[in-house]
Structure formats: structure tokens, C-alpha cells
Write a protein that binds this ligand. Structure first.
Ligand code: FAD
Ligand code: NAI
Length: 469
């Protein structure tokens, strides 16, 4: 052991690496530890999450557009075919470039990188177990746990990453399955289900609850289900997979009504288990130092402080949305608190985007949330069918919905289905962060012809003066 750090961060995902960058900027002596076998930084998000999934969504979206939408635009295609190897390679190239970019950012901000598994020996002392069992002990004033999350397993459906896969296996299938059964109609199921459907698979989604994307605004879930059905995805709602039997060529799944009842056998080439993620804390030494977790294994924190002095936690391993940008915000706020500054992450203004075609984006409260909380609200809605750019581009599915406080007009939520929704939501996020009103959006100039005008029209609709529908 040679030196004492101000901060040692365990885990180099979006939480950990952004915390490290901010710590470097603030002049804190910082080290980061990452145990991924590939010895790459960036965590779940860059290696097996956000980035590779978006690379496949983007490429498969072009493939489908060429096959089904180009002709109507007067672009003739012949001999269109899929080069799956190249599609997977360009995904790997994106991952490679971005993970190397994080390495560069660590150097730039003078952050020491240790590859190996981090284990807390005591507050102020972290051991790194590296290749061949070689250990290095790091003394530090602060420890930040940023170890992220892992796939929630499903009893009776054992993941082998070939026939029964998690999202990681579903990002690297060597051939397009004839039939892909997705267990879980959440974000991963619908994004990766969309990828393989576009590339030619029949896709069946088995969802336990009576709706897909159960945490999103109900109206959005309903319309989105209709759109995905039109695209060919089949849904078994209020259903569960009770067991799986691997065969020589695929897997037989026993699917039952969620409430119990007669099982039905569904055969698939590949089954994807996507029923959620759980905090990843194995081997960290939490029991040894007495760091508390809740019943589901999440670390309990108060402004990122655990119950043990000098031990902090951020990202997927603590409460709040399991999203990369939330982990990033946690990391920045946590390090600012460590540095003696004010640090805060506002979970009411965390956007949530599903990168399908069209995209779904939301921020703030849903109608269901507001009803439950007894908050009086007004709704403004505008369909893309009445937006000039959407009509011009023949991309009219979806709508913008803005929810505002009935008394103060403060924007409480925004929900969008539509092409480019993931970019459009940024405006509503800023307005919510500034505590702005729907009238602020309605009276702000928006470029014509853009899809962003639909956001303005929805804001006008809150007070009943939408002009273009
Ligand atoms: P992680 O990214 O999980 O990083 C934690 C790191 O810690 C890992 O690299 C792990 O190896 C390391 N680690 C764990 N234990 C130890 C230890 N003891 N010692 C050393 N290292 C350790 N979110 C979005 O916002 N947008 C998206 O589009 C999106 N797409 C996704 C797609 C998929 C398929 C998946 C699975 C997730 C996606 N997510 C997305 C979620 C996002 O990846 C996570 O919310 C985010 O990565 C959480 O960041 P984190 O830093 O908390 O943890
Ligand atoms: P999820 O929580 O989004 O969805 C899981 C779904 O599975 C839910 O609809 C749930 O009701 C259902 N389910 C649970 N148990 C089931 C069972 N036994 N049988 C059938 N259905 C069952 O989790 P998912 O999709 O695995 O994603 C994990 C996390 O990763 C999410 O919390 C999300 O935040 C993050 N993520 C974010 C993305 C994005 O921002 N675009 C993309 C992918 C993942």
C-alpha cells in the first residue's frame, strides 16, 4: 500500500466513471476499480446495455425502413439483404470506441484505474483482487459503491446465453431466430424484441401484468401496444412462464395465466428473460462492514451516504430509476457532497426513453401517479397526425401529452410517443427542472416545420388554445 486516496470508486459504469471524472475535476485524488473480464470501462451501459442495444436498434431500423418504407418515398430497393455479421460488428465497434473513450477520460482527469474485483475490508480500506489473485490494498478517505445491477433470474428458466438468453446473449445472437419468446414486456423486452422482429423473427412477448411498460403512463402503454401489434409482435398479457425445457434446437416454454390455470406449451428457438434487474453487491464485503441493504438488496442511502461513515453508494445499486443518466447524476452529486459542496439529484426530472420505432419518452408524473396522489391536474394533448413535419415525413403515429398542475400550471409530467420522442423530451425535462409552467412552453417560439411544434401545441392545449388541430 503506497498512498491514501480521497475517493476510491468500486465499479466503472456511468455512475462510477462520471463520479471519477467529477472527482478529478475537483482535484480529489481518485481511483476506480472495475472487475469486468474484458478489462473495459463503461459498465453495463457501454458494454452490454444502452450502447450495443442502441447500435442494433439503429441498424435494424434502417433495414426495416429500406424494406418497408423507402418505396413510398420513391426510393426503389432491390436485392436488399441482411449482413448480420456486419451489423453485430458495427455494434462491437461502437462499444469498443466508447469504452476506450472512458479510458481516455480517466487519464485526462488523473484517475488511477485498477482492474480486478473490489472488496471493502473496512471503512477507509479497499482490496483489489486482480488477475491471478494478485491483491492491492487502497487506503482512502471515501469509498463510493457503484457496482450497478445484474439480470433478475427466473426460477425454472435457466439462462445459458444461447437458447435461453439474458439481454447480453440477445445482443449477440449468431443467427436470426425463427421464433423469439420474450419473457417480460418492459424496456429490454420491447427494445430487443423489436430488433429481432425487424430482422425477421416472429416475436411473442409474455408479460405478467395486464399491460406492457407497466410503469409508464397508461394511455401511452395502450397506444404503444397497438402500434407494436400492428408491427407484428404478439402479446400474451396477464401470463407467466412457469418453466422451460431445452430441446436440441430450441426451448419449450410452459405459459400459464398469471392468476394460475391451465398451462400452454410454446416452442421457440430462443427465449429472452427480461423481467427486471437487481442490485449487484456480491463479494463487496458489505456484511463485514455492516452496510445496510433493504429486502430487495438495494443499498439504503441518505443523499448517497450509507449507514457506515465514509461509505457512499450511487446508481443502479441504490433506489431510483435504473438508468444510465440517473447513475451519472448520482455520481456527480455524491462527489460534490464528498468535496464539501452542495450536491443534489432530482429524480422528478429524470427522462425515461424507450428506443423503439416510434420512440416512447416520458418525464415526471403519469396520470396514474397524479390521481393516486390526489393532485388536481390539467391535460394538454396533441397528435403527430396534425404536425406538419410528421405528416410530411409520413411518420404520424403517436402524440404529446403534457400534465400541468390545475392551480399553478406548473408542468408535472410529459409523455410522448413518436419518432424522435427521446430528443423532444429534453425540452419538458428543462421546464420541469426550472419549475416552469405549460404556458412557458406554449409561448416559446419553436422552429417550423419540426416535430417539436407538437410539444408546443400540447402545451397550448393545456389551456384549450391548441391552434393546429
Ligand atoms: P453498471 O453500469 O452496472 O456498472 C457497474 C460496474 O461495476 C460493472 O461494470 C461491474 O462489472 C462493476 N462491478 C460490480 N461489482 C464490482 C466489484 N466488486 N469490483 C469492481 N467492479 C465491480 N439505461 C439508459 O439510461 N438508457 C438506455 O438506453 C439503457 N439501455 C439498457 C439496455 C440494456 C440491455 C440494459 C441491460 C440496461 C440498459 N440501461 C439503459 C440501464 C443502464 O445500463 C444502467 O442503468 C446503468 O448502466 C447503471 O449504471 P451503474 O454505474 O449504476 O452500474
Ligand atoms: P423492466 O422492469 O423494464 O420490465 C420487466 C417486465 O417484466 C415488467 O413489465 C414486469 O411486469 C415483467 N415481469 C416481471 N416478472 C415477470 C414474469 N415472471 N413473467 C412475465 N413478466 C414478468 O425490466 P427490464 O426490461 O428487464 O429492464 C431492466 C432495467 O434496465 C429497467 O429498469 C430499465 O430501467 C433499464 N433499461 C433501460 C432502457 C432504456 O432506458 N431505454 C433499456 C433497457 C433497460
Amino acid at each position: 500500500m503506497s498512498e491514501t486516496y480521497d475517493v476510491v470508486i468500486i465499479g466503472a459504469g456511468p455512475g462510477g466513471y462520471n463520479a471519477a471524472i467529477r472527482a478529478g475535476q475537483l482535484g480529489l485524488k481518485t481511483a476506480i476499480i472495475e472487475k469486468r473480464e474484458t478489462r473495459t470501462l463503461g459498465g453495463t451501459c457501454l458494454n452490454v446495455g444502452c450502447i450495443p442495444s442502441k447500435a442494433l436498434l439503429h441498424a435494424s431500423e434502417h433495414y426495416e425502413a429500406a424494406a418497408t418504407r423507402f418505396a413510398a418515398l420513391g426510393v426503389k430497393m432491390s436485392g436488399l439483404s441482411l449482413d448480420l455479421g456486419q451489423m453485430l460488428k458495427q455494434k462491437d465497434d461502437a462499444v469498443d470506441g466508447l469504452t476506450k473513450g472512458v479510458e481516455f477520460l480517466m487519464k485526462k482527469n488523473k484517475v488511477a484505474v485498477h482492474y480486478g474485483a473490489g472488496e471493502i475490508l473496512a471503512p477507509g480500506m479497499v482490496r483489489v483482487v486482480g488477475e491471478g489473485g494478485k491483491t492491492t490494498d487502497l487506503a482512502t478517505k471515501n469509498i463510493v459503491i457503484a457496482t450497478g445491477s445484474e439480470v433478475t433470474p427466473l426460477k425454472g428458466v435457466d439462462i445459458d446465453e444461447t437458447r435461453i438468453v439474458s439481454s447480453t446473449g440477445a445482443l449477440a445472437l449468431s443467427a436470426v431466430p425463427k421464433h423469439l419468446v420474450v419473457i417480460g414486456g418492459g424496456v429490454i423486452g420491447l427494445e430487443l424484441g423489436s430488433v429481432w422482429r425487424r430482422l425477421g423473427a416472429k416475436v411473442t412477448v409474455v408479460e405478467f401484468l395486464d399491460r406492457i411498460l407497466p410503469t409508464m403512463d397508461g394511455e401511452v402503454s395502450k397506444q404503444f401496444e397497438r402500434i407494436l401489434k400492428k408491427q407484428g409482435i404478439e402479446f400474451r398479457l396477464s401470463s407467466k412462464v412457469a418453466g422451460a425445457e431445452k430441446t436440441k434446437t430450441g426451448v419449450k416454454l410452459s405459459v400459464e395465466p398469471a392468476a394460475g390455470g391451465k398451462a400452454e406449451l410454446i416452442e421457440a428457438d430462443v427465449a429472452l428473460v427480461a423481467i427486471g434487474r437487481r442490485p449487484h453487491t456480491a463479494g463487496l464485503g458489505l456484511e463485514r462492514v455492516g452496510v445496510k441493504t433493504d429486502a430487495r438488496g438495494f443499498l439504503e442511502t441518505d443523499h448517497f451516504r450509507t449507514n457506515v461513515g465514509g461509505v457512499w453508494a450511487i446508481g443502479d445499486v441504490i433506489h431510483g430509476p435504473m438508468l444510465a443518466h440517473k447513475a451519472e447524476d448520482d455520481g456527480v452529486a455524491c462527489v460534490e457532497l464528498i468535496a464539501g459542496r452542495a450536491g443534489h439529484a432530482n429524480y422528478d426530472a429524470v427522462p425515461n426513453v424507450v428506443y423503439t420505432w416510434p420512440e416512447i419518452a416520458s418525464v415526471g408524473k403519469s396520470e396514474e401517479d397524479l390521481k393516486k396522489a390526489g393532485v388536481a391536474y390539467k391535460v394538454g394533448k396533441f397528435p403527430f397526425l396534425a404536425n406538419s413535419r410528421a405528416k410530411t415525413n409520413h411518420e404520424t403515429d403517436g402524440f404529446v401529452k403534457i400534465l400541468a398542475d390545475a392551480a399553478s400550471d406548473r408542468v408535472l409530467g410529459c409523455h410522448i410517443i413518436g419518432v424522435g420522442a427521446g430528443e423532444l423530451i429534453a425540452e419538458a425535462v428543462s421546464v420541469i427542472e426550472f419549475g416552469g409552467a405549460s404556458e412557458d412552453i406554449a409561448r416559446t417560439c419553436h422552429a417550423h416545420p419540426t416535430r417539436s411544434e407538437a410539444v408546443r401545441q400540447a402545451a397550448m392545449a393545456v389551456e384549450g388554445w391548441a391552434m393546429q388541430a
